[in-house]
Write a protein of this length. Sequence first.
Length: 314
Amino acid sequence: MKVGITCGGIGPYADGNFIRYSARAAEAAGFAHYWLPEHVIQFAAYPESTYPYAAGSGQEMPEQSDDAPLQWDDDTYAMADVRSPLVDPVMGMAWAAAATSTIEVGSNILVLPQRNPVFLAKELASLDSFSGGRVVLGVGVGWAKEEFDALGLDFSTRGKRTDEAIVALRRLWLDETSSYHGHHFDFAGAYSFPKPLRTGGVPILIGGESRPAMRRVARLADGWLPYNLPIDQAPQVIAELKAMTREAGRDPEALRIIKIVYSNASLDDLKRYRDAGVTEFNLASSGELPFEEAGVKAKFAEFAETIVGPIGEL
Protein backbone atom coordinates (compact mmCIF):
# COMPACT_ATOMS: atom_id res chain seq x y z
CA MET A 1 0.00 0.00 0.00
CA LYS A 2 0.99 3.61 -0.52
CA VAL A 3 1.15 6.41 2.01
CA GLY A 4 1.43 10.16 1.56
CA ILE A 5 1.98 13.01 3.98
CA THR A 6 0.42 16.33 4.94
CA CYS A 7 2.99 18.51 6.66
CA GLY A 8 3.45 21.85 4.91
CA GLY A 9 1.60 25.03 4.14
CA ILE A 10 0.37 26.02 7.60
CA GLY A 11 1.78 28.06 10.48
CA PRO A 12 5.58 27.91 10.65
CA TYR A 13 5.48 25.28 7.89
CA ALA A 14 3.93 27.80 5.47
CA ASP A 15 7.38 28.54 4.16
CA GLY A 16 8.79 28.01 0.69
CA ASN A 17 12.03 26.52 1.93
CA PHE A 18 10.21 24.09 4.22
CA ILE A 19 7.84 22.96 1.45
CA ARG A 20 10.76 22.44 -0.92
CA TYR A 21 12.99 20.40 1.37
CA SER A 22 10.16 18.51 3.10
CA ALA A 23 8.72 17.46 -0.29
CA ARG A 24 12.16 16.25 -1.33
CA ALA A 25 12.58 14.41 1.96
CA ALA A 26 9.12 12.85 1.58
CA GLU A 27 9.99 11.62 -1.91
CA ALA A 28 13.32 10.22 -0.73
CA ALA A 29 11.57 8.43 2.15
CA GLY A 30 9.16 6.71 -0.26
CA PHE A 31 6.02 8.69 0.42
CA ALA A 32 3.67 8.52 -2.57
CA HIS A 33 1.93 11.90 -2.25
CA TYR A 34 2.43 15.30 -0.62
CA TRP A 35 -0.68 17.25 0.45
CA LEU A 36 -1.49 20.84 1.39
CA PRO A 37 -4.59 22.21 3.17
CA GLU A 38 -6.64 25.30 2.40
CA HIS A 39 -8.49 28.18 4.00
CA VAL A 40 -8.46 31.37 1.96
CA ILE A 41 -9.06 33.58 4.99
CA GLN A 42 -9.25 33.10 8.75
CA PHE A 43 -11.32 34.63 11.54
CA ALA A 44 -10.86 34.75 15.29
CA ALA A 45 -14.33 33.21 15.71
CA TYR A 46 -16.96 31.53 13.53
CA PRO A 47 -20.32 32.45 15.09
CA GLU A 48 -22.35 31.41 12.03
CA SER A 49 -20.58 28.12 11.38
CA THR A 50 -20.12 24.71 12.95
CA TYR A 51 -16.70 23.12 12.66
CA PRO A 52 -17.46 19.53 11.53
CA TYR A 53 -14.76 17.97 13.71
CA ALA A 54 -15.61 19.83 16.91
CA ALA A 55 -16.27 16.48 18.61
CA GLY A 56 -12.91 15.13 17.45
CA SER A 57 -11.93 12.98 14.52
CA GLY A 58 -12.24 9.58 16.13
CA GLN A 59 -8.47 9.29 16.34
CA GLU A 60 -5.98 9.91 19.10
CA MET A 61 -3.43 12.54 18.16
CA PRO A 62 0.21 12.00 19.09
CA GLU A 63 1.36 13.80 22.18
CA GLN A 64 3.10 17.07 21.41
CA SER A 65 6.07 18.52 23.18
CA ASP A 66 5.67 22.00 24.57
CA ASP A 67 8.21 23.29 22.06
CA ALA A 68 6.58 21.76 18.95
CA PRO A 69 6.66 24.35 16.14
CA LEU A 70 2.88 24.14 15.64
CA GLN A 71 0.46 23.49 18.48
CA TRP A 72 -2.60 21.88 16.95
CA ASP A 73 -5.78 20.26 18.19
CA ASP A 74 -8.41 18.70 15.96
CA ASP A 75 -11.39 19.70 18.10
CA THR A 76 -11.38 23.37 17.11
CA TYR A 77 -10.44 25.21 13.96
CA ALA A 78 -9.78 28.70 15.37
CA MET A 79 -6.03 28.98 15.88
CA ALA A 80 -4.40 30.61 18.86
CA ASP A 81 -3.02 33.22 16.46
CA VAL A 82 -5.25 34.05 13.50
CA ARG A 83 -2.21 35.54 11.79
CA SER A 84 -0.76 32.05 11.36
CA PRO A 85 -0.24 31.78 7.61
CA LEU A 86 -1.90 29.32 5.26
CA VAL A 87 -0.48 29.15 1.75
CA ASP A 88 -2.63 28.82 -1.35
CA PRO A 89 -2.60 25.05 -2.02
CA VAL A 90 -2.17 25.27 -5.78
CA MET A 91 0.86 27.53 -5.34
CA GLY A 92 2.22 25.17 -2.69
CA MET A 93 1.63 22.14 -4.91
CA ALA A 94 3.49 23.86 -7.75
CA TRP A 95 6.40 24.65 -5.42
CA ALA A 96 6.55 21.05 -4.19
CA ALA A 97 6.23 19.61 -7.70
CA ALA A 98 9.08 21.76 -8.98
CA ALA A 99 11.32 20.45 -6.19
CA THR A 100 10.57 16.76 -6.86
CA SER A 101 10.24 14.31 -9.72
CA THR A 102 7.99 11.37 -8.77
CA ILE A 103 5.77 12.19 -5.78
CA GLU A 104 2.14 13.19 -6.37
CA VAL A 105 1.12 16.63 -5.12
CA GLY A 106 -2.40 17.23 -3.87
CA SER A 107 -4.83 19.47 -2.01
CA ASN A 108 -6.45 18.12 1.14
CA ILE A 109 -8.67 19.88 0.78
CA LEU A 110 -9.36 22.72 -1.64
CA VAL A 111 -12.75 24.37 -1.09
CA LEU A 112 -14.04 23.91 -4.62
CA PRO A 113 -17.23 26.04 -4.55
CA GLN A 114 -15.07 29.06 -3.73
CA ARG A 115 -13.21 28.66 -7.05
CA ASN A 116 -14.13 29.40 -10.65
CA PRO A 117 -13.62 26.05 -12.42
CA VAL A 118 -12.51 27.69 -15.67
CA PHE A 119 -9.53 29.31 -13.95
CA LEU A 120 -8.86 26.27 -11.76
CA ALA A 121 -8.90 23.93 -14.76
CA LYS A 122 -6.17 25.98 -16.44
CA GLU A 123 -4.03 26.18 -13.27
CA LEU A 124 -4.15 22.46 -12.56
CA ALA A 125 -3.79 21.35 -16.17
CA SER A 126 -0.69 23.54 -16.46
CA LEU A 127 0.75 22.11 -13.26
CA ASP A 128 -0.08 18.54 -14.27
CA SER A 129 1.60 18.97 -17.64
CA PHE A 130 4.66 20.59 -16.05
CA SER A 131 4.99 17.90 -13.37
CA GLY A 132 4.60 14.86 -15.58
CA GLY A 133 1.06 13.97 -14.48
CA ARG A 134 1.45 14.16 -10.70
CA VAL A 135 -1.45 16.37 -9.59
CA VAL A 136 -4.33 15.17 -7.40
CA LEU A 137 -7.24 17.48 -6.59
CA GLY A 138 -8.81 16.86 -3.20
CA VAL A 139 -11.93 18.98 -2.74
CA GLY A 140 -14.68 19.71 -0.26
CA VAL A 141 -17.70 21.98 -0.04
CA GLY A 142 -16.40 23.98 2.93
CA TRP A 143 -17.93 24.57 6.34
CA ALA A 144 -17.18 28.24 7.18
CA LYS A 145 -20.00 30.55 6.10
CA GLU A 146 -17.82 33.50 7.05
CA GLU A 147 -15.37 32.61 4.26
CA PHE A 148 -18.13 32.47 1.65
CA ASP A 149 -19.54 35.79 2.84
CA ALA A 150 -16.10 37.40 2.49
CA LEU A 151 -15.89 36.07 -1.07
CA GLY A 152 -19.38 37.27 -1.96
CA LEU A 153 -20.65 33.71 -2.48
CA ASP A 154 -23.88 32.06 -1.36
CA PHE A 155 -23.04 29.51 1.34
CA SER A 156 -26.34 27.68 0.82
CA THR A 157 -25.57 26.75 -2.80
CA ARG A 158 -22.07 25.39 -2.20
CA GLY A 159 -23.09 21.76 -2.79
CA LYS A 160 -24.62 22.48 -6.19
CA ARG A 161 -21.68 24.70 -7.14
CA THR A 162 -19.33 21.83 -6.26
CA ASP A 163 -21.23 19.33 -8.41
CA GLU A 164 -21.25 21.70 -11.37
CA ALA A 165 -17.59 22.61 -10.94
CA ILE A 166 -16.51 18.95 -11.02
CA VAL A 167 -18.33 18.36 -14.29
CA ALA A 168 -17.04 21.63 -15.76
CA LEU A 169 -13.45 20.79 -14.82
CA ARG A 170 -13.66 17.45 -16.57
CA ARG A 171 -15.15 19.00 -19.72
CA LEU A 172 -12.29 21.50 -19.85
CA TRP A 173 -9.66 18.83 -19.26
CA LEU A 174 -10.98 16.08 -21.54
CA ASP A 175 -12.81 17.72 -24.45
CA GLU A 176 -11.00 19.44 -27.29
CA THR A 177 -13.86 21.91 -27.54
CA SER A 178 -15.44 22.35 -24.12
CA SER A 179 -19.02 23.30 -23.32
CA TYR A 180 -20.97 23.24 -20.08
CA HIS A 181 -24.38 24.69 -19.28
CA GLY A 182 -25.28 24.83 -15.60
CA HIS A 183 -26.96 27.20 -13.20
CA HIS A 184 -23.70 28.50 -11.70
CA PHE A 185 -21.24 28.01 -14.58
CA ASP A 186 -21.95 28.33 -18.29
CA PHE A 187 -19.63 28.28 -21.32
CA ALA A 188 -19.65 26.96 -24.87
CA GLY A 189 -17.08 26.42 -27.62
CA ALA A 190 -14.20 26.95 -25.17
CA TYR A 191 -10.64 25.83 -25.86
CA SER A 192 -8.57 25.25 -22.74
CA PHE A 193 -5.01 24.09 -23.34
CA PRO A 194 -2.71 22.59 -22.17
CA LYS A 195 -4.63 19.52 -21.14
CA PRO A 196 -3.54 17.50 -18.10
CA LEU A 197 -0.86 14.98 -18.95
CA ARG A 198 -2.50 12.27 -16.88
CA THR A 199 -4.96 10.11 -18.82
CA GLY A 200 -8.48 10.93 -17.70
CA GLY A 201 -7.47 14.32 -16.40
CA VAL A 202 -6.52 15.29 -12.86
CA PRO A 203 -8.04 12.80 -10.37
CA ILE A 204 -10.70 14.43 -8.19
CA LEU A 205 -11.07 13.07 -4.67
CA ILE A 206 -13.70 14.35 -2.25
CA GLY A 207 -13.32 14.95 1.47
CA GLY A 208 -16.02 14.80 4.12
CA GLU A 209 -17.99 12.04 5.77
CA SER A 210 -21.56 13.35 5.45
CA ARG A 211 -24.10 11.49 3.36
CA PRO A 212 -24.12 14.22 0.70
CA ALA A 213 -20.31 14.01 0.50
CA MET A 214 -20.41 10.24 0.08
CA ARG A 215 -23.13 10.47 -2.57
CA ARG A 216 -20.97 13.01 -4.39
CA VAL A 217 -18.04 10.57 -4.31
CA ALA A 218 -20.25 7.81 -5.66
CA ARG A 219 -21.61 9.91 -8.53
CA LEU A 220 -18.70 12.09 -9.54
CA ALA A 221 -15.34 11.44 -7.93
CA ASP A 222 -12.25 9.33 -8.48
CA GLY A 223 -11.93 8.73 -4.76
CA TRP A 224 -12.61 9.66 -1.16
CA LEU A 225 -10.51 11.42 1.48
CA PRO A 226 -12.09 10.45 4.82
CA TYR A 227 -10.81 11.98 8.05
CA ASN A 228 -13.38 11.10 10.70
CA LEU A 229 -13.72 7.38 9.99
CA PRO A 230 -13.38 5.37 13.22
CA ILE A 231 -11.89 1.98 12.58
CA ASP A 232 -14.85 0.02 13.92
CA GLN A 233 -17.18 1.88 11.53
CA ALA A 234 -14.96 1.70 8.46
CA PRO A 235 -16.17 -1.66 7.04
CA GLN A 236 -19.83 -0.62 7.07
CA VAL A 237 -19.25 2.93 5.82
CA ILE A 238 -16.98 1.87 2.96
CA ALA A 239 -19.39 -0.91 2.00
CA GLU A 240 -22.17 1.69 1.83
CA LEU A 241 -19.99 3.96 -0.32
CA LYS A 242 -19.26 1.12 -2.71
CA ALA A 243 -22.94 0.24 -2.91
CA MET A 244 -23.78 3.87 -3.74
CA THR A 245 -21.08 3.88 -6.41
CA ARG A 246 -22.38 0.67 -7.95
CA GLU A 247 -25.93 2.07 -7.96
CA ALA A 248 -24.59 5.12 -9.80
CA GLY A 249 -23.37 2.80 -12.57
CA ARG A 250 -19.71 3.19 -11.68
CA ASP A 251 -17.00 0.74 -10.59
CA PRO A 252 -16.54 0.96 -6.81
CA GLU A 253 -13.25 -0.92 -6.96
CA ALA A 254 -11.75 1.92 -9.02
CA LEU A 255 -12.12 4.39 -6.14
CA ARG A 256 -9.02 5.61 -4.36
CA ILE A 257 -9.88 5.69 -0.64
CA ILE A 258 -7.10 7.57 1.15
CA LYS A 259 -7.49 7.58 4.93
CA ILE A 260 -5.83 10.28 7.03
CA VAL A 261 -3.91 8.79 9.96
CA TYR A 262 -1.44 10.04 12.55
CA SER A 263 2.07 8.79 13.22
CA ASN A 264 0.93 6.85 16.29
CA ALA A 265 -1.46 4.61 14.32
CA SER A 266 -0.77 0.94 15.01
CA LEU A 267 0.03 -1.51 12.24
CA ASP A 268 -2.93 -3.61 13.35
CA ASP A 269 -5.28 -0.64 12.90
CA LEU A 270 -3.83 0.07 9.45
CA LYS A 271 -4.44 -3.57 8.47
CA ARG A 272 -8.03 -3.28 9.64
CA TYR A 273 -8.49 -0.16 7.51
CA ARG A 274 -6.97 -1.99 4.54
CA ASP A 275 -9.32 -4.93 5.04
CA ALA A 276 -12.25 -2.51 5.23
CA GLY A 277 -11.40 -1.13 1.79
CA VAL A 278 -8.96 1.72 2.36
CA THR A 279 -6.54 1.75 -0.57
CA GLU A 280 -3.94 4.27 0.64
CA PHE A 281 -3.05 6.36 3.69
CA ASN A 282 -2.16 10.00 4.30
CA LEU A 283 0.01 10.71 7.32
CA ALA A 284 -1.10 14.00 8.87
CA SER A 285 1.60 15.78 10.81
CA SER A 286 0.16 17.20 14.02
CA GLY A 287 2.83 19.84 14.38
CA GLU A 288 5.56 17.56 15.71
CA LEU A 289 7.97 17.96 12.79
CA PRO A 290 11.12 20.00 13.27
CA PHE A 291 11.45 23.03 11.05
CA GLU A 292 15.16 22.95 10.14
CA GLU A 293 16.19 21.01 7.03
CA ALA A 294 18.54 18.64 8.86
CA GLY A 295 15.83 17.78 11.38
CA VAL A 296 13.28 17.23 8.61
CA LYS A 297 15.61 14.86 6.77
CA ALA A 298 16.26 12.89 9.94
CA LYS A 299 12.55 12.67 10.80
CA PHE A 300 11.61 11.53 7.30
CA ALA A 301 14.35 8.91 7.37
CA GLU A 302 12.71 7.67 10.57
CA PHE A 303 9.30 7.70 8.87
CA ALA A 304 10.74 5.57 6.06
CA GLU A 305 11.53 2.88 8.61
CA THR A 306 8.53 3.16 10.91
CA ILE A 307 5.68 4.13 8.55
CA VAL A 308 6.43 3.95 4.82
CA GLY A 309 8.14 0.56 4.91
CA PRO A 310 5.55 -1.22 7.08
CA ILE A 311 2.61 0.24 5.12
CA GLY A 312 4.27 -0.78 1.86
CA GLU A 313 4.27 -4.39 3.08
CA LEU A 314 0.57 -4.48 4.00
